[in-house]
Each structure stands twice: as C-alpha cells, then as structure tokens.
Design a protein. Structure first.
Lengths: 310, 289, 271
C-alpha cells in the first residue's frame, strides 16, 4: 500500500496566481530591456549633444562652401576667422591612405598565414600576439612616432623634421593592422571547410585553394576588415596629433607635415571659450567625423553580414 | 611509393614559397613592435623604480615620479567600471536571453558597433556637452569616467554576450521546464556559468580604459594638479594624459622620463590583456560540460 | 476525492476505462504548427489521475511537440503556434496568469539527461529553492527523499557535493528524475527516457515509475512499444502528426484496435 505523498501539493486549481517571482521576473525583463536599448540611446545622445553644442556655428558662421572647400583653418584670426577643413580632411585622408597602404598587405598576409598555414600552438601564439598588438594605447603609438620614428626618418631621408605624413601613416598602419588581421582572419574562418575540401579533391594545391577558392569566398569579409581599418584611421586622435607635425597644410609629399580633423579638436578644444564660434566649429567637425565614421561602420557591417547570410 | 611528378614538385615549391611569403608578412608585422618595446625598455627602464611609481612629479614635471597620475588612472578606471559593467552585463543579458532575431535587435547591434567605432575624440565632445556642461558635473572624474564607460560599453557587452552564448541551451530548457522564471534561470544557472567569461571581458575593458587619452582630456583629466583627488567631482591627473604632457607640452624633460611613463603605461595595459587572455585559455580548458 | 485516490492506489492497473478517475489533462482539437506546417493536428484525448498514459509512435509523429505544449514550453519558440484547448486540472493552460506555476507542477524528463552544471545536491535542491525553501534541514530531507525515490540515493549519498555531470548516463537520467520529483509534481512527463540508458537501469526506472503512479499522473512517451505494454494503463498511438487512436494498452496489443495502422505498428511492421 502506498500512501499519498504528504508533501504533494494540492491538486486544486488555485495554483494559477502571480507570486513575487513572477513580478521580479517582469521587473528584471524591463531593466535589461532598458540596458539593451542603452546603446541606441547613447548613439542618439552623442549625435544630439554634439549637434547642440555646434548648433550656433551651423546657424551663423557656417558656410558650406567655406567649411568644405577652403584650405584655411584660422579660427583664432580676430578680424576674419576662417573655418575651412579642406586641409584637415586632406591631412586625415593622406595619413589614413598611407596607413592602409602599409596595413592592408601585412594584415591580409598575416591573416592568411594565421588562418590557412599556421596550425596548432603556433596559430594560438600568433593570435595572442596580434591581440596584444591591438591593445597598445594610441598615446603610446603617438609617443613612438614622436620619439623613435621622428629621429629615424630625419636620419634615413635627410629631412629637417620627421613628423609628417610618412611618420603618422606608418604609425597608424601599425596600429590598424592587428585589428584588420583579426577581422580578416574571422572572415577566412567563416569560409566553410567543405569549399576547401572540394577544391582539394579536384587536385588543387594549398595556395591554389587559398587564391581561387578561399579568398574569393571571403572577399566581403576582407573588404569589411579594410573598411573598419579605414574607420579606425579616420577616427584616431592621439597618435596623429603627436606624429603628423600638426601643421595645416595640403600635403605635396610624404615628408610634409599635416594636421588631422581629430587632432585639431584635441589640440584646440582646451583653448576655446565654451560657446564661442571657434568652440562650436570644433563641434561641427565632430558632427562631420561622427557622420563619416557612422557611414563607414554601417557599410562595413552590411558587407560583412552579407556573406554571413549567403 | 609513387614517384612525384614534375608538376607536383613545382606545386610544392610554389606552395612553400607562399608559405614563407605570408610568414614574412606576419613577422614583419610583429618585428617593429618588438623593436619598439625593446627601445622603450632600453630608454625608459633606467628610471623605473618604486620611488618613480610612488612619488609626486617635481620641478614642473621634469623630475620626480608619477604617483598622482597612477592614482588618478585607478580612480577613473574604477568609476568607469562601476558604470559600464552593470549596464553592459544587463544589455548582454537582454541581447542573449530575451531579444529575438529581428530588426529591432539588429538596430541595437548596429548601435553597439557604432558606439565602438565612433572616434574617441567625438566621445570626448559628447562627454563635454553632456556630462561636463549639461549635467553640470564639471571637469571631473565622474564626467571622464562616464565618457569612458560609454565608449567601452561595447567591450563589456560583446564579451559578456560571448560567455552567455557559451552556456548550453539545454541547461536553460531544463531549468524552464522546472518552472523557473527567465530571471531565476539566468541567476541560478546561466550567470554562475558565465561569470568567469564576463570577468575576462572586464579585465579587457580595464586595459582599454587605462590607455585612452582623448576622451578624458577635456572631461576630467588635468595636465598637472598639486593635490590628489578626494572624490568623483574632483579633477585628477591620469597616466595616459601624463605621457602626452611630458612628451609634448613640457620643455626640458629629461629623455628617459617620458620613456619611463610610456613603459609603465604599456606594461599595465599589456599585463591586463595578458591576464585576460590567459584566463580565457584556462577557462576553455576547464569546461564543466 | 481522497477516497477515490486511495482506491486507485490499491488497484494496480485500471482495468476498465469506464472506471473513470477524474480527468487530469483534457486535450481537445489540439493542433500544433511550426511556421505553416502542422506537426500535430486535431488531437483529442484525456489523461486521468494516477494512470500511466503511454504515447507510442515513430519519429516525427509529434510526440515531443505534444509534451511541449502541455507545459507551455511553446512560449520559447516564436515559430510554434498552438490551437485547441488543453485543460490541466480543469484550467486552460493557454490563458494562465502564471505559466511558471504550471511548469513547476509538471516534471519533465528528457531523452538525454541534462545534468545542470551543479552538484548532485544542488541539482535536486534547485526546484525547492526556487519555491523559496531555504532551510538546510528541510532541503536535506527533500534531496534524500527524491534521490531515494529515483533509486539513486545509495549510489550517490557519499558524494552529494560532486558535479552531477560526472555521473554515468544511467545515473544522470535517474538524477533528472529525482530533480523532476523535487518539483513535487502532480504530472510527470517522460520523453523516451531510456534512449541513452542501459537495460538494467531502464528496468530500475520502470520499477520506480510503477511506484510513482500512486502519487502522480505519468505521461510516458516511448519508442519502445514493449515498454508501453509493461507500464502504461492506456496508450495513444501517434503517427505523422495524427493521433491515430487511444485505448487500453492491453487492447492495442491483443489486436482490439480500431485502426489497422496501430496493429501494424505494434506488430513491428513499420517504424
């Protein structure tokens, strides 16, 4: 004979009521939802706040033509201040361009080596190393440009000053390469192994597999890696502030000093009065940077997602 | 054994050639960094001492130690973590445990990607506009830390989400079947199994936050302060900014001083990163399931 | 009602379905769809208190989907839609105010044992803890009782603090049964519990189930028709999303079937 389990809860229908746990669950769900959308709130917040601070300039002193097409950035000229960012854009573009020339071959090469050739322990070590490289702070890179690259360039090329496009471009290239390497390696890893197996079954050698099968299949991801590198170069501040020479100048050669958009803000914001046209003009550069990097990141993401779906 | 055909031999050779070429590229990527590190150690190593770490700068920052900057960095990083870790972990819980695979989640992910991609100087502008001016925190540790917290939020979210994702779905289902609410499941089963992974991400964030300079320049870090911060509404010196200052803003600094500062900064960052990586590998080898 | 339960407990097997115990679970016109495709359609059946209700049928018959809808696990699958009515203790499970309370009254055992990454003790103590039981002495009693009833206590009583996932497959399956019992369920659902379990353990678990039915209602989904014959009072035959027939188990095996497909399946002609 069995006895009915004394602890068995009653079999009536009164179980259907909301208890503390139910309400706590709903509350937590609300809290994490708010945290979840915080990233959206912050992105919108960033845009609103920098626009708010730069708004006065946009309304009064801003001239589309002058801002984008004048090479003269002379905001502290008391009689006729000029706010042209053409030279700054040229500075940022030249440095970023050179950085990509340096970083693209190395990072793609390294990604191919790590992803397709290296194996086991070696692969692990290299990945760790790349990760550590990516962690070096930009102010340290800037200092390296200032104190190591600068005398090196003066010696090697016999130029009076070593803070220029070449210096900043190399520094920025070295900075961007590790990140581009890891993203590119991810893109290679995303190519299914059956592609490689199929090609190998047809008698292709390893490098044929890589060039004819893996790279074409991963091309969107690799493009995404390059774009993110460009975005990073565009937005980099401390390193370009310290290594470019910081002179408003449309560069004619690798050895010309230039000045970047980001560096201009970093160098001048501290010296301007809050609310002055100069201060607001710096925020307007910020809006411009925000929009450009937003577009770059969005494009990179769309391209990378494109392959994931396919 | 078959004799290798000429074609095979040639293919092998080409393959080896490519192998070496790519290896060279990888090595070339790494070598400059090794040289740089060696130079930093060679030129800055001589100044590093307990005194250097724990005394104040003297003679207009041309001599003495870096203690206020070191302490200030600890302040800024600690306050930034207090803000970003709870928020980032909660956001990751939402994304991994609640959010469906739909356009709304996509937008959140895009926002996270962009938050990580917005230039640090733009974050600085936001910090000035929002925290320093609008919320009236002034240039303070609080303003600097919050700016950094928002900037590094993606680091916490992404790494926490990774470690939540690593907890097998079967555990959640077993728990739900027992009548546990979503939150009970997360608290009792998911989080305890993800906490070490989350910690890895937090260490990574500490490393990121330590090195950032631009976002704190105008929000709370000062070139030089004759006193130590007493609370979150004070300004402070910071190690990263201190490197910038002694390297570019102060005349007559002896050569080895900025190298020493750079060495301490890079050592802190790399140490933190190495701990995070080592911890991650240790965890990978020690799964409970 | 209590009288009736005692009566039932005395009767080892319900011989006559007309000897109607109260309905534990009433399912009418149940249709389950994934996206547009129906996994199960038009199911009508009743499960009575203190019976072992067997569900047999080949793979993809909709058996597991059926179980999922009973304790509302369909809420976690946005792709899954459920029509029809399921009455549990007379309440429609589709419009409950607190589905967690429903789930806590229904114990579930999966085909593959899922030992939570907790100690053996904590695996069994989790459900009581979720209900708010905090006292160690009380938990100790529950843990020992549940492990004993799942025929696992003797094997693990000296290592309650080691990880549940370190147990053997058969032990883990009994651990999940103990965990389900710790919910003090009035309905226990087992989904092909013997798939990853050795025959000896299977027999032990079957003995456990025969004991348990005095205290609760059991739904036993199995791909082994002989297991259903050994244990189930009544059995339903599911085939390709259809509930072909429901009847007294012995009738299905002695040929008193309404549908030829049932006879063929039971006799092993397919599936």
């Amino acid at each position: 004979m069995s006895v009915i389990n004394p602890l068995n809860r009653s079999m009536t229908t009164d179980f259907d009521s909301r208890n503390m746990d139910w309400y706590i669950d709903k509350f937590v769900q609300f809290i994490v939802f708010v945290a979840g959308i915080s990233a959206i709130i912050f992105i919108i917040g960033i845009f609103i706040f920098i626009t708010m601070e730069g708004f006065g300039f946009l309304l009064e002193d801003f001239s589309f033509r002058e801002f984008f097409f004048s090479p003269f950035w002379e905001p502290s000229d008391e009689d006729a201040p000029e706010y042209g960012i053409l030279a700054l854009v040229a500075g940022t573009a030249s440095v970023t361009g050179l950085a990509m020339i340096v970083a693209i071959p190395f990072s793609l090469g390294a990604a191919i080596f790590i992803g397709e050739f290296a194996s086991g322990k070696m692969r692990e070590y290299l990945k760790v190393l790349v990760e550590l490289l990516a962690a070096i702070p930009s102010v340290v890179w800037g200092f390296i440009g200032l104190s190591i690259m600068n005398p090196l360039i003066i010696d090697l090329f016999d130029v009076p000053v070593g803070l220029n496009v070449l210096n900043a471009g190399i520094i920025l290239g070295l900075m961007a390469a590790p990140i581009m390497t890891s993203i590119a390696e991810d893109a290679l890893k995303a190519v299914p192994d059956r592609y490689r197996e199929a090609a190998e079954a047809l008698g292709a050698t390893r490098w044929q597999v890589i060039f004819k099968t893996v790279l074409p299949a991963a091309k969107n991801g690799l493009l995404g890696a390059v774009l993110l590198g460009v975005g990073r170069g565009f937005g980099e501040t401390m390193a370009v502030l310290m290594a470019t020479g910081h002179a408003v100048n449309i560069p004619g050669s690798l050895f010309d000093p230039v000045r970047a958009l980001t560096a201009t803000i970093a160098a001048e914001l501290g010296e301007t009065a809050v609310g002055s046209p100069h201060y607001q003009a710096l925020f307007t550069i910020g809006i411009f940077l925000f929009i450009i990097t937003f577009i770059i990141n969005l494009t990179a993401d769309l391209i990378v997602r494109g392959i994931r779906k396919g | 054994m078959f004799a290798e055909s000429a074609l095979n031999v040639r293919n092998k050779r080409v393959q080896n050639l490519f192998r070496i070429l790519f290896l060279m590229m990888t090595v070339l990527l790494i070598i400059p960094v090794v040289i740089i590190l060696a130079t930093l150690i060679a030129k800055g190593g001589s100044i590093i001492s307990i005194d250097f770490l724990f005394t104040d700068p003297t003679n207009g920052m041309t001599a003495g130690g870096i203690f206020p900057a070191l302490l200030g960095t600890v302040w800024i990083v600690a306050v930034a973590l207090l803000a970003s870790v709870p928020l980032g972990v909660a956001a990751a819980i939402y994304l991994n445990e609640y959010a469906g695979d739909n356009w709304f989640t996509r937008i959140i992910q895009l926002a996270i990607i962009n938050l990580a991609g917005v230039p640090s100087i733009v974050h600085a502008l936001f910090g000035v506009g929002a925290f320093v001016i609008f919320f009236g925190f002034g240039t303070s540790i609080l303003a600097a830390s919050l700016t950094l917290a928002i900037m590094t939020l993606p680091v916490v979210i992404v790494s926490t989400r990774e470690s939540l994702r690593a907890v097998p779905q079967a555990f959640r289902e077993a728990c739900w079947n027992m009548g546990a609410t979503r939150w009970q499941t997360i608290r009792r089963v998911v989080l305890p199994n993800a906490v070490s992974g989350i910690l890895t991400g937090v260490i990574l964030e500490v490393s990121r936050t330590t090195g950032e300079t631009a976002p704190i320049m105008f929000t709370g870090a000062a070139f030089f302060l004759p006193f130590l911060p007493q609370g979150v509404f004070d300004q402070t010196m910071a190690l990263s900014l201190h490197l910038f200052v002694v390297a570019t803003q102060v005349p007559g600094v002896p050569d080895n001083l900025p190298f020493g500062v750079a060495l301490v900064l890079i050592a802190m960052v790399l140490l933190m990163n190495s701990i995070s990586i080592a911890f991650r590998m240790y965890l990978r080898g020690k799964k409970k399931w | 009602m209590v009288d009736m339960n005692v009566n039932l407990a005395a009767a080892d097997k319900i011989v006559d379905p007309a000897f109607a115990a109260p309905v534990k679970l009433g399912v009418s016109d149940l249709t389950i769809r994934y996206g547009g495709t129906a996994a199960l359609s038009g199911v009508n059946l009743e499960v009575r208190e203190h019976e072992i209700f067997g569900i047999i049928g080949p793979a993809n018959a909709g058996k597991t989907s059926f179980l999922k809808t009973l304790n509302r696990m369909d809420t976690f699958n946005t792709n899954m839609s459920v029509e029809g009515e399921i009455l549990f203790n007379g309440l429609n499970v589709q419009n409950l105010k607190n589905i967690y309370a429903l789930r806590s009254r229904i114990g579930v055992v999966f085909p593959l044992p899922v030992g939570l990454p907790l100690t053996i003790y904590e695996n069994v103590a989790l459900s009581p803890r979720l209900r708010g039981i905090k006292r160690k002495s009380e938990l100790d009693v529950i843990v020992e009782r549940c492990l004993s009833r799942a025929a696992l206590w003797d094997e693990v009583k000296d290592r309650l603090n080691s990880l549940g996932s370190l147990l053997s497959g058969g032990q883990q399956q009994r651990l999940t049964i103990a965990r389900a019992l710790s919910q003090e369920p009035d309905l226990l659902m087992l989904d092909e519990f013997s798939i990853a379990v050795d025959p000896v353990t299977t027999m032990r678990i079957e003995d456990v189930l025969k004991e348990l039915k005095h205290d609760m209602t059991i739904i036993l989904v199995t791909n082994l028709v002989q297991q259903a014959r050994r244990l189930a009072d009544r059995t339903a035959f599911f085939l390709e999303g259809e509930c072909v027939e429901v009847g007294i188990t012995e009738d299905l095996f002695t040929g008193e079937v309404k549908d030829q497909r049932t006879r063929d399946y039971v006799e092993g002609k397919f599936g």
